[in-house]
Design a binder for this molecule. Structure first.
Ligand code: FAD
Ligand code: UDP
Length: 380
């Protein structure tokens, strides 16, 4: 183990946060040890080729890159080109297919009449009279104040309950604020200026980011099984779950995980699009992802396709923690974990798991670039 630590910095976790810090540190001439408990790089953005069909799949759920941040976009473009893919999501409610997020076409179709933007606004205004989305403190109040109760009950209430296994009244309003409401027929899922998919998949980005003689990569190693041998004072960037770092001393933070059920189907096109959500309570999964549609120009087989159904649930035991649930109780616990984290002078807690924040990829990268600027002076 000793020569493992002949480095200037340890990065725990080879996801976007860890890989960005490692890349920046190596570019500054530092020697970096990157460890990940998984047997691959890329964190949750990891992509791989499905052996039976050659279709590229995302092992931890579909990852669509989008950002308004030119700095992050330019940074990532050093390691990959992007396709012009823009995500469009459909929602299958009571046997009908609707575009999401809620837009003029969704409202018109749901209420059975072609509405003008002004008519749609007036209809939603009547349903949300006296409600202020800015004042809402939980997901349900925010959604009802934004789109009215009928659309909320059709597309949001049961989907959210399935996805978070938590009453929507106990979830933060910010979670639903991720989805826009549009009075146009713009059916893109994201509004960001920069959007696309990496031309060679996500894993190739990480291979390029970590391709430096100054980066030593150790996969399949858990930091908690090796940290006892690390020299005192060695700086560590930790991107695993913050509660695990402190051995759950303040109790467990709520995390959501997902079971992915993949199936190879004997048709060239199963659902005609990449993502179809199933918001009805009677359907046990939240959505079906058909990966071939992420790269429509690739020469994938015409007679087979890969679909993945997603079954979210609370994370327990060894489950992969995917999303912070972030109830009021979680937030109170997090304050105590943050106080503990501040008392660790040699450890920087970063990324989605390390900060218990619902970060998209571009936000994890932005956070890493910013944190690196703060950390770098320490190395002279
Ligand atoms: P991670 O990618 O989780 O990396 C952390 C790494 O640390 C992991 O590889 C883990 O194995 C490792 N680790 C943890 N503990 C230890 C330990 N003790 N020892 C060693 N290694 C350890 N973002 C988007 O922008 N667009 C999307 O469409 C999108 N879709 C998503 C869909 C799903 C289902 C999920 C779960 C996330 C999605 N995200 C999306 C969010 C995206 O995954 C995160 O923004 C990104 O992964 C954050 O990077 P990170 O480096 O903080 O964490
Ligand atoms: N959501 C919903 N119905 C949908 C899609 C999303 O109710 O068809 C809610 C759900 O609570 C979700 C939130 O909107 O967590 C934000 O959507 P996003 O696609 O960002 O969710 P994620 O998969 O990242 O949780």
């Amino acid at each position: 183990m000793d020569d493992l630590y002949s480095c200037d910095l340890v990065v725990v976790g080879a996801g976007f946060y860890g890989a960005t810090v490692a890349e920046r540190a190596a570019a500054r001439g530092l020697r970096v040890l990157v460890v990940d408990r998984r047997d691959h790089i890329g964190g949750n953005a990891y992509t791989e080729v499905h052996p039976e069909t050659g279709i590229e799949v995302h092992r931890y759920g579909p990852h669509l890159f989008h950002t308004p941040n030119a700095e992050v976009w330019n940074y990532l473009n050093r390691f990959t080109g992007f396709t012009d893919f823009q995500l469009r999501v459909w929602s299958s409610h009571r046997g009908q297919l609707y575009p999401l997020p809620v837009n003029l076409a969704t409202i018109s179709q749901f209420f059975g009449r072609h509405l003008s933007p002004a008519e749609a606004r007036a209809l939603i205004a009547a349903q949300t009279e006296g409600l202020d989305p800015q004042a809402a403190t939980n997901l349900e109040d925010k959604a009802v104040a934004s789109i009215g109760r009928p659309l909320y009950e059709a597309f949001i209430r049961d989907y959210t309950a399935k996805q978070w296994q938590t009453d929507p009244r106990l979830l933060p309003a910010a979670t639903i604020a991720r989805l826009p409401v549009r009075y146009t027929t713009d059916t893109r899922y994201f509004s960001d200026r920069f959007q696309g998919l990496p031309v060679d998949g996500y894993t190739a980005i990480f291979e390029r980011m970590l391709d430096s003689p100054r980066v030593a990569l150790r996969l399949g190693l858990d930091w908690f099984d090796m940290r006892h041998a690390a020299p005192a004072g060695l700086p560590v960037v930790y991107t695993g779950p913050i509660d695990r770092y402190f051995d759950y001393a303040e109790g467990r933070l709520g995390w959501r995980t997902t079971r992915f059920e993949a199936e190879t189907v004997a048709v060239g096109d199963y659902q005609g699009t990449a993502i179809v959500n199933y918001p009805d309570a009677g359907v046990p999964f939240t959505r079906i992802v058909e990966y071939r549609h992420l790269y429509p120009d690739r020469p994938y087989p015409a007679d087979r396709s890969v679909i993945v159904r997603e079954f979210p649930r609370f994370a327990a035991g060894d489950d992969e923690p995917f999303y912070p649930v972030d109830t009021a109780e979680d937030r109170a616990r997090l304050v105590r974990y943050r106080a503990r984290a501040e008392a660790e002078p040699d450890v920087l807690f970063g990324g989605r798991l390390g900060t218990y924040r619902y970060l998209d990829m571009h936000q994890a990268i932005a956070m890493a670039l910013r944190d690196w600027e703060t950390l770098a002076p320490r190395f002279g």
